[in-house]
Design a protein around this ligand. Structure first.
Ligand SMILES: Nc1nc2c(ncn2[C@@H]2O[C@H](COP(=O)(O)OP(=O)(O)OP(=O)(O)O)[C@@H](O)[C@H]2O)c(=O)[nH]1
Ligand SMILES: [Mg+2]
Length: 287
């Protein structure tokens, strides 16, 4: 669980580090959580990466509801944004990713070839908000084929570059982006999936919103887990029902709401309701 509390100083530092890494790379892999592709977007990504092409990688696809996830992939496609769903715990579509890089970098590669510049592997930087799976993806790609590890000089320190395919190299240190905490709805989802510190939004607001969503879109799995009949229009009664079922009672018999929230957040963060989707493509304001 990430515990960064984002202050303007941290954001300025993150921005500076991304800028330094950008000078070393050709393409950006922008990671977002497949369960919340809108909430896990960084509000400044396009400004930060400028003209560098990007591939959106929707991580933890194994935890995401397939039908709306496919709708998201269509949504990106319709807007000309390259996007792919991945699951770092299963096989990674490395060839497909390399093919996509080749397609997005075609103009640059053609230009280099015309100028007689030796074509070298493309170099990619992984970026994303906390907890989206940046380190897991890097480790997975590196373990798959770790050759040619070398250092390239960065402005503040030397960054390692790892060859993960004959045509693709990766910076071994990802770019950490700050999440969208100004948008309350997004912030609640970010706390729910563990990308934002619990104290940023009142935890009962996070859980009330999540109860409404679960009781609406995933009622069967939600009801089954707690043996309740959840009413999405009455989230307080859901606290009551779960509390009674699980024996979360305070002295005197009142429901221990904190305990109910703890149980629910632990269940959600361990994917105990099966695959879910928190954002729909129509919620998207900016791909
Ligand atoms: N189910 C599932 N879990 C994943 C996947 N990728 C990463 N995780 C889990 O997500 C959690 C966070 O992964 P990390 O790789 O540490 O994420 P990160 O982006 O490096 O996080 P920070 O360094 O804190 O910003 C870990 O518990 C991983 O095991 C995936 O594809 N599927
Ligand atoms: Mg990490």
């Amino acid at each position: 669980m990430t515990t960064i509390q984002w202050f303007p100083g941290h954001m300025a530092k993150a921005k500076r580090q991304i800028k330094e890494r950008l000078t070393l790379i050709d393409i950006v892999f922008e990671l977002r959580d497949a369960r919340a592709p809108a909430a896990t977007q960084n509000p400044m990504i396009q400004t930060l990466i400028g003209s560098r092409p990007r591939v959106v990688l929707l991580t933890k696809a194994d935890l995401a509801d397939t039908q709306p996830l496919n709708a998201w992939l269509e949504h990106f496609k319709a807007r000309g944004v390259s996007a792919m769903a991945i699951n770092a715990k299963a096989g990674l579509p490395v060839e497909k990713l390399v093919g996509e890089c080749r397609r997005l970098l075609k103009d640059k590669l053609d230009k280099d070839a015309r100028r007689g510049i030796l074509v070298r592997p493309f170099r990619a930087l992984i970026v994303g908000v906390p907890n989206v799976g940046k380190s897991t993806l890097i480790n997975k790609l590196v373990n798959r084929r770790a050759t040619n590890v070398g250092a390239v000089p960065g402005i503040t320190k030397n960054l390692q570059v790892i060859r993960i395919h004959k045509d693709l190299e990766l910076l071994d240190t990802p770019g950490l982006l700050w999440p969208k905490f100004d948008d309350q709805e997004a912030a609640k989802k970010l706390v729910l999936i563990g990308s934002l510190k619990d104290s940023v939004v009142a935890l009962d607001d996070v859980v009330i919103s999540a109860f409404k969503l679960m009781a609406t879109r995933y009622k069967e799995a939600f009801d089954r887990r707690y043996d309740i009949d959840a009413d999405p229009d009455d989230p307080l009664s859901i606290f009551e029902a779960i509390g009674r079922r699980r024996g979360c009672l305070k002295k005197g018999g009142a429901i221990d709401d904190d305990r109910v929230m703890e149980i629910f957040l632990d269940d959600f963060r361990h994917a105990r309701f099966g695959p879910v989707m928190l954002d729909l493509p129509e919620d998207d304001t900016d791909v």
